[in-house]
Design a protein around this ligand. Structure first.
Ligand SMILES: [Mn+2]
Length: 318
């Protein structure tokens, strides 16, 4: 089973018992650069309703302990054993200057985003995605963005605003993200016309959650994404509150956890470069149900984007 270089130091709070970031990408030489860099984004200054997502990164790390106690179903392997996985820790910022957070994200993330490593980030409220995507697009011009979210996040904004409700309006206004490069899944608030007509929208009422339909949806997304570098921004409120009660803003009528996991698995083979999982609000998460889902989604990303899995799948196809 591969030669993973993950190390359990057993001291720090890290996702998947992996090595804390005592190494920069430059220091991780050769093939080892192909792996996962994990980043925590403990910020909820952009939340409109229920704060608390600043506590999410470590809660997801903790939930990961159980997820990684077995090979990840249905992949049958432990993703930290087949590739380098480095938990780079949390983005730090002076809490009394919340407006500095986006720049602090760039400072922490840019060199990982520009390396061969894939980036897996745990929010934070959805506003943390803005500097993440800007970093991604700077490193991957022509990259595409897949957003899974109940909301379309197109609120009006003034320069310098930090608002989890204006993620897409900011990115589209910035010019780095083209509307044709935006794929949006799970919308069920606002109006379809809130998003640019040229973007690819699969609203919740258009998604049939049986297995074959999710497979077809994944195939459509893969067709749109092609070989372009892909960033997935996963707002946990895309799931129905029955499956993900620990989010800050509820929107009834969302994905089941099964459908969401199947959809993510269906995206194997895309040129996956990064994913964020945002809006987990631990203070309203009974029993850690949503944290557990977030950790599993992270583990899925680590599996489907690994060289190991993609080589295995190619062999199966022969
Ligand atoms: Mn949302």
């Amino acid at each position: 089973m591969g030669t993973g270089t993950s190390i359990n130091h057993g001291l720090d709070m890290v996702f998947s018992n992996t090595k804390p970031a005592d190494a920069t990408p430059e220091a991780i030489s050769g093939e080892l650069q192909d792996g996962i860099a994990i980043v925590g984004l403990p910020f909820d200054g952009g939340s409109s309703y229920h704060p608390g997502s600043r506590f999410a990164p470590n809660v997801i790390r903790e939930a990961g302990r159980q997820v990684f106690s077995h090979p990840v179903w249905p992949f049958g392997f432990d993703p930290k054993m087949v590739q380098t996985v480095v938990d780079t820790g949390d983005v730090l910022y002076p809490y009394w200057k919340p407006q500095t957070f986006p720049a602090c994200v760039r400072e922490h993330v840019d060199h990982w985003m520009g390396s061969k490593m894939r980036v897996l980030a745990f929010g934070g409220d959805h506003s943390v995605t803005v500097p993440m995507i800007q970093s991604f697009l700077d490193c991957n011009p022509g990259g595409k963005l897949l957003v899974l979210d109940a909301h379309c996040d197109v609120a009006d904004f003034d320069p310098g605003d930090i608002n989890h409700g204006s993620v897409l309006s900011e990115l589209l206004a910035d010019g780095a993200l083209q509307d044709t490069d935006l794929i949006h899944v799970g919308m069920r608030t606002g109006a379809r016309s809130d998003l640019p007509a040229a973007s690819h929208v699969f609203s919740m009422d258009e998604i049939d959650q049986d297995h074959c339909s999710i497979e077809r949806l994944a195939a459509k997304i893969k067709e749109i994404a092609g070989r372009a570098p892909l960033y997935i921004s996963l707002d946990l409120d895309v799931f129905d509150p029955a499956f993900a009660p620990g989010v800050s803003t509820y929107a009834t009528g969302g994905l089941t956890s099964r459908a969401g996991l199947d959809l993510l698995r269906g995206l194997a083979g895309c040129n996956l470069r990064a994913m964020d999982i945002v809006e987990l609000c631990p203070p309203r998460d009974p029993g850690g149900v949503t944290a557990s889902l977030a950790a599993m989604l992270g583990a899925y990303f680590m599996c489907i984007s690994s060289k190991h899995f993609n080589q295995m799948s190619r062999t199966d196809e022969r």
